[in-house]
Design a protein around this ligand. Sequence first.
Ligand code: COA
Length: 217
Amino acid sequence: MDNDFQEKILEILRASPSGLQMEEIAFQLGLTRHTVAKYLEILRAEGRIHFKKVGRSKLWKEISTTTNIRILGMNDLEDILRIEERIEKERDFHSPERMQYLKETARYHLQHGDPLMSLGAEIDERLVGFIFGEVRLWEFGRGEKTGWIKVLGVDPEYQGKGIGRKLGENLLGHFQRKNIKKVRTLVDWHEGNLISYFKSLGFDILNMIPLEKELKK
Ligand SMILES: CC(C)(COP(=O)(O)OP(=O)(O)OC[C@H]1O[C@@H](n2cnc3c(N)ncnc32)[C@H](O)[C@@H]1OP(=O)(O)O)[C@@H](O)C(=O)NCCC(=O)NCCS
């Protein structure tokens, strides 16, 4: 029964992407405010809905329907770094050098890259995820155009809610419209979550061997 009400609340919120107040949800369901408040809190804890304060009241929204994918600009640089910092803190790993390289990479893509290859996910005007891709014309001796996904990240608070998928699918759509037939990326062997993520987007292992040489001082 509890699940039924939660699903109904999600349904009602999906049908009103601009958000609803608790009283409106209670009215539509014929439940008391107190009962609806309990379900809203459960759904919020599960990360499926969130609220925006408008004056003294809260506007409840379903997360996946309010996620907007848009082209990133230089104004987003600080937010991209904020997201990466939160990801690294979550993993108990922080490297100033890595952050500096991400800053330079992001700046390069934002200033010189194809705008359709630098995408952000936004909820209520707050950036919660980013993805950068590019088209390469020649690599590994193969004269073909390939799409590359270079870097992506979703704010830990919003992970596991379909935002990464939305970003990935949008970028793949842009590659496809540019007549790109293959999209590649590199993932460390031990990054199981990231491998699952790319597998869920339809990626498979490439039959090439990446080679590396360490240059010693
Ligand atoms: C990997 C990442 C981008 C996925 O984004 P997300 O919004 O959390 O992912 P989604 O909710 O859209 O999930 C899409 C699919 O990815 C897979 N997935 C996502 N997170 C996963 C996890 N922790 N474990 C296993 N699979 C996972 C699932 O298959 C999922 O499909 P499903 O919803 O059908 O189960 C995000 O978790 C992230 O930013 N991770 C850390 C950053 C990072 O490692 N960046 C790479 C450096 S370039």
